[in-house]
Structure formats: C-alpha cells, structure tokens
Design a protein around this ligand. Structure first.
Ligand code: E4P
Length: 223
C-alpha cells in the first residue's frame, strides 16, 4: 500500500518524510486554507522538497468540466511530473476526468462517498479514486466496506485504477485497508505518527537498552 501525507504544512511534511516510508502528498482546498499561503507558492515548495519521485495530488476548484480541464493543465504545468489532478466525482467532474485521462494525464477522482462514484471514475480513466472513509462512517455507513467494495469492483472490471483511501481518523482504519491490499492511503500526519506510537513498544525497547547497559556499562552500544 502506498502511503501519502494528507496535509500541506511543510514542517509536518518534512518531519513525517524523515521517519516514515512516504510516497507522496495530497491536499484539498480546506487543507490549503489552513496554511493561509499562496497555493502555488506553497505547492511548489512541497514539490521541491518531496522531489519528482513522489506523488503530489492537487484538487481543482471549478465546477464546469472545461474549467476543471484548464485548471488541471495549469496544475500539471506548474507542479510537473508525478502530479495528480484531483477532480470531484460529480457529472462535470466525470466529463473532465474522461478528457484529461484521454490526454494521458494523471487523474484522481475525489469526494467519493459511494461505490458507484468510485467505479465510474475508474471507468472514466482516473488512476486513483479516493473514498472518504471517516466521512462515510459519519453518515452512518461503513467507510472501510465502501473502500473495499470499490477496490473489488475495479479489480473485477480489470481496470488499472487503484483506491487511494482518504479521510482517516484512526490507525485501525488504515490497518484494515492495508491488510486488504488497497493501493494507497492518504493520512494526516498525526494519524501516521499514531500508527506505531505505543507505550508497550517503547517499554520493550527501553528494557533491551537497560539490559545491554547492565552488561556493558552506561551508554554502551554495539559500536
Ligand atoms: C483527500 O482526498 C480528502 O480531501 C481528505 O482526506 C478529506 O479528509 P477529511 O475528511 O479529514 O477532511
């Protein structure tokens, strides 16, 4: 499973990249608002830090397909290789996805709350489709089940589209989709950092250090 950071704070991105095996960054207009900076200036800074080998998913704002396509072209032009144009899966969005995909662009279908949105975006040529796991849960449905069903539908239809699950609030949601073989998950920094945060693990590691120090003296290592 590819692991992406769902955030645009450059300090958070740098910190998480330092410690975790990360494949890219995703954002949406709400995430950009939190930073309060010029969007393209910030996104260029993020691209420069993560490099061209990492994915960068950036959302269009327009509501008409023609305008979404124009925005998509600009996003690609400015942010370069390995940039994914995030397009909401509404009728105008599907039209834009079909067009941009036919040009060979990397497209991510977003704002996915049900299975059929995911399937249609995949069939229209999106490389990724992003079901919003936690938001679906909050509607009283099962976000994990929706993500799994979209994954299965895409595989059964022999489409190359992968699910990039989004909107996580806890580690267990991530674990369940990782175990299922979902293509990618995009996760806020605090949830990524919570994945292996555990007093039990820290206590076990500290005990090993203490035992070695008893054997070889304070601050001793294998050096
Ligand atoms: C990603 O594509 C979504 O924009 C994002 O994960 C939504 O997350 P939220 O539900 O925490 O806002």
């Amino acid at each position: 499973m590819k692991l992406l950071i769902d955030n645009a704070n450059i300090e958070d991105i740098k910190r998480v990249y330092e410690f975790y095996p990360i494949d890219g960054v995703t954002c949406n207009p709400t995430i950009l608002l939190k930073e309060g900076k010029n969007p393209y200036e910030l996104l260029k800074e993020i691209r420069e830090f993560i490099g061209e080998e990492s994915q960068l998913h950036v959302q269009v704002i327009s509501s008409k397909a023609e305008d979404m396509i124009e925005e998509g072209h600009k996003i690609q032009e400015i942010l370069g290789k390995n940039t994914y144009i995030k397009i909401p899966v509404i009728p105008e969005g599907l039209k834009a996805i079909k067009y941009l995909a036919s040009e060979g662009a990397n497209v991510t279908g977003t704002a996915i709350y049900n299975q059929i949105q995911g399937y249609l975006a995949g069939k229209a040529g999106a490389k990724y489709v992003a079901p919003y796991v936690n938001r679906i849960d909050n509607l009283g449905y099962n976000g994990i089940a929706v993500a799994k069903q979209i994954h299965d539908m895409l595989k059964r239809a022999s489409l190359e589209t992968e699910v990039i699950a989004a909107s996580f609030k806890n580690s267990h949601q991530v674990l369940e989709l990782c175990e299922y073989g979902i293509g990618a998950s995009t996760i806020a920094p605090d949830v990524i950092e919570g994945l292996i945060k555990s007093d039990t693990i820290t206590t076990a590691v500290d005990a090993f250090v203490n035992d070695f120090e008893k054997l070889c003296g304070e601050n001793a290592t294998m050096l």
